[in-house]
Write a protein that binds this ligand. Sequence first.
Ligand SMILES: [Zn+2]
Ligand SMILES: [Zn+2]
Length: 346
Amino acid sequence: MFGRLGDTCSLWYWTFFHNHFATSSYIADTLFEPLFWLLEAIAKKAGPIFVTLVTLLTTSVVVIFYSYILPWNAAYWSTPALTINLIIGHWLLLNIVFHYYMAVTTSPGVPPSNVDSPVSICKSCIVPKPPRTHHCSVCKKCVLKMDHHCPWINNCVGHYNHRYFYLFCVYMSSGTIFVCISIYNQFMSYFYGSVGTFFSSLIFPIVSIFIAAYKPPEYFGSTDSSNMPIILTTEELRTRFWVTYEFFLCIAVTFALGTLTVWHGMLISKAETSIEKHINVKEKERMSELGATFKNPYSFGFFENWKIFLGIEVGSGRSIRHVLLPSAHKPTGDGKSWRMSTRKTD
Ligand SMILES: [Zn+2]
Ligand SMILES: [Zn+2]
C-alpha cells in the first residue's frame, strides 16, 4: 500500500517539476490517479457488503409481504385477485433469486493465453486481448465482453453473466413495482385523513417511517364520524411501520434500478456494452469529421440484438420460455471471436 503511495508521490514530483511537456489534462490525470485507486479499493472491499445488503433487504421485503401484506389482502381482496397476485409474486421471486445467484456466482469469462486474432495486449495482465475484452482494475483481470464492474453483485458483468445481470435488473424492478401495487391500498389506508403525514413521508421517507409508527394514535386522524381518535394497538403500529418501510424501499428501488434497467436495455438494443458506448460516441465523432458514418459492427438490428443477447435466436432451440423462466443456457459465441455485421475500416 505504502509502496504504491510512494510511487504516486514520486510520479507527481517528476511530472510537475521535471516535465516540460506536461499539459493541464496530463497533470489532472496524474492528480486524480490516487482517487481512482481509492475508488477501486472501496469497490473491491464493499462488494461482499453490498451482496449481503441486497440479500438482507430482499429477504426483509419478502418476510414483510407474507407477515403483514398477505393477511390484509386476504381479508379485502377477492379470491381470484389474490390468486393472480400470489402467482405473479412467486414467479417474480423465483426469477429474482435465480438470476441474482447466477450473476454473482458465474464468472464473466477471462481470455485464454492463446487468442487467434487479438486486437491488443493488456498492459496489466500481459496477455492478448480478443475484441470487446477489457481489463477490470477492481478484479485485476481481463474480462470477455466486459460491460462494467458491479459492486452489487461483487463481480464483473461480462460475456457469461451479462444476461443473468440484466434479467435480475428486469425482474427486481418488476418485483418492486409489483410490491408497490400490492400494498398501495393498505399503505394509503394508514394515511387516510392525514394529508400532512402523507406529504411529509414523501419529502422525508426515513423520518416518516418513525412518525407513522411511533406518533400517538390521534396523529393518524380518524375516519369515524364522531371524530374520535383511532386507538392503535402495538401490533397495528408495528404493521404500519413495516408497510411504510416496504413501500418506500420498493419505490426507491423502482426508480433507481428502473432507470439503470432502461439504460442497459437501450445499450442491448444497439448491441453495445457500457464501455463500448463511450468508445462508439468518440468513434462516431471521429468518423463524422472524416465525412463517414459510423456503424457498430456487432449490431444486427433491434430484434436480432435482443435474440442474440437472450440466446434465443433462430436455430438455438430456445424460446421466450427460456427468458420467462430460469434457464442456465450459455450465451451465443465463445466471447473471443465475434460475428460482425460490417467490416471495420480505417
Ligand atoms: Zn488485463
Ligand atoms: Zn471487475
